[in-house]
Design a protein around this ligand. Structure first.
Ligand SMILES: Cc1ncc(COP(=O)(O)O)c(C=O)c1O
Length: 487
């Protein structure tokens, strides 16, 4: 048990542990149908024993989850500078729109003639995303950025296969990339080949020249990259890949630095994903909810998954007649709630608002950089960063993890730690446009206070959180993912 905030103790048993046989919060009506559909279920799928579900009263369940929600840190509670994750404030207007009854009650199997309003919204979102990214087509199906990566690479693979270019089995991925990039390539049965960064943190052109052979299907690049740096040689990189027959996958997780300023499609990208839950604000984290629409150039459009949202005259339809399609990647039209929030955010901001959003996000990161770079090592020496600033623990008395834990005691969510892997002891700080100068200053002051503390005291933090330091190595090596009744 851990001492918690204000002397509290985290004494929150699992619902299973609190369960008492015979308790319940509801009563089901008597079974009043004559047939029992067991004969339609193959015997091996039938449960042999009753499911051991927890038995509790309604107030016990409500209080359990309410308590847990207060132990959590959220964007509505404070500053959340988790680099690469774009934890911006999510306007409540988005939730209002997504919760409108006409959307929440729409049945996915209803004929599309009855869903023209929803389809119109999705169509407008598609058009907006095309414009923002400079792409010819957009598909809204993927349910996360990583899912968009998977779809994008499947399209690239289909493109090469149709041309009979089956020797292209490699995907070049810079060493600063997010881990989902190589895993997406691997899931598509392609080999991820690491492309080393140069001493400036950018793609190393000599290494690219060497690795970009006729075996390469695509490069997956992130711009700005996860070091918070704009790939200044982007044009050379893309031209080289294209000249040698490869395609360009653009990881759009960092679109918060580009929207309204620069378009991946204009840079030459063939396909990109948006993390609309990040850039266009849906509360996310811990694995969802998300949406990862992809934008693409027309050379990949034939392979898009079914059904494609299309226009027939004035009517919006779902087009299933796509003979070269790679198949389906998601049921129906995508993760609707997240897509409605993205539409609401884009439309409520308007073009000027989006430009301002990007500028403010970049300005905020540079403000933190300017305030902290005398005291914290900023690798690569660039004068400016994009929407996130990379610092490290080089030269500090305490480690990156100690700073992260110390920030918790001061009421901040820590930045991303130990990522990207290209520098040791990374602290990747992404303030987003949401934050005021007051909040940025409070964060920088906290970082400087932690630096001034003696290492031993800092290493004891967090002292005011419900959960103190956990054994992360043990958790990674021997994860306990399933509750088991104590025997
Ligand atoms: C650079 C980058 N690429 C891809 C992803 C994957 O996106 P998602 O978490 O939506 O699957 C992330 C997520 O944090 C990311 O930061």
């Amino acid at each position: 048990m851990n001492p918690g905030r204000k002397g509290l103790v985290l004494a929150e048993p699992l619902l299973f542990e609190r369960s008492k046989s015979g308790k319940g919060g509801m009563e089901l009506p008597e079974w009043d149908v004559e047939t029992y559909p067991t004969e339609e279920i193959p015997p091996h799928l039938l449960r042999k024993e009753e499911a051991k579900l927890p038995e509790l009263s309604e107030p016990e369940v409500v209080r359990h989850f309410t308590r847990l929600s207060t132990y959590n840190y959220s964007l509505d509670a404070g500053f959340y500078p988790l680099g690469s994750c774009t934890m911006k404030y999510n306007p409540k207007l988005n939730d209002w729109a997504a919760n409108l009854e006409d959307f929440t009650e729409a049945h996915p199997y209803a004929p599309y003639r009855h869903q023209q309003g929803l389809l119109e919204l999705l169509w407008e979102l598609k058009e907006d995303l095309k414009e923002i990214a400079g792409m010819d087509e957009v598909c809204l199906h993927p349910a996360a950025g990583s899912h968009g990566e998977l779809l994008g690479i499947l399209l690239i693979r289909a493109y090469h296969q149709e041309r009979g270019d089956t020797k292209r089995t490699q995907v070049l991925i810079p060493d600063s990339a997010h881990g989902t990039n190589p895993s997406s390539a691997a899931i598509c049965d392609l080999t991820a080949v690491t492309l080393p960064s140069g001493p400036d943190g950018l793609i190393d052109m000599a290494a690219l020249d060497q690795l970009m052979t006729e075996k390469v299907a695509a490069i997956m690049l992130t711009n700005p990259n996860t070091c918070g740096l704009f790939e200044t040689r982007i044009q050379e990189v893309i031209d080289l890949v294209h000249q040698r027959g490869g395609l360009v996958y653009f990881d759009g997780a960092n679109m918060n630095a580009l929207v309204g300023m620069a378009r991946p499609g204009d840079m030459g990208a063939d396909v990109l994903h948006f993390n609309v839950h990040k850039t266009f604000s849906t509360p996310h984290g811990g694995g969802g909810p998300g949406a990862g629409p992809i934008g693409l150039k027309s050379l990949l459009a034939d392979y898009l998954p079914r059904p494609l949202l299309a226009k027939r005259g004035e009517e919006l339809i779902l087009d299933y007649n796509r003979p070269k399609s790679i198949g389906r990647v998601r049921s129906f039209y995508g993760n609707i709630g997240v897509l409605i929030r993205a539409w609401t955010y884009i439309r409520s901001m308007g073009p000027d608002g989006l430009v301002q959003m990007t500028g403010q996000a970049v300005l905020n990161a540079n403000y933190i950089k300017a305030r902290l770079e005398q005291d914290f090592h900023a690798p690569f020496g660039q004068a400016h960063c994009m929407h996130e600033v990379l610092l490290t623990d080089r030269g500090q008395k305490a480690s990156t993890m100690d700073f992260a834990k110390g920030l918790i005691d001061r009421g901040f969510h820590p930045p991303t730690v130990y990522f990207p892997l290209v520098v040791s002891g990374a602290l990747l700080i992404e303030p987003t446009e949401t934050e005021s100068k007051l909040a940025l200053d409070a964060f920088c002051d906290a970082m400087l206070e932690l630096k001034a503390m003696d290492a031993e005291t800092l290493q004891a933090s967090p002292t005011g959180a419900f959960v103190r330091r956990v054994d992360e190595t043990l958790a990674a090596r021997k994860p306990i993912l399933r509750w088991k009744e104590e025997s």
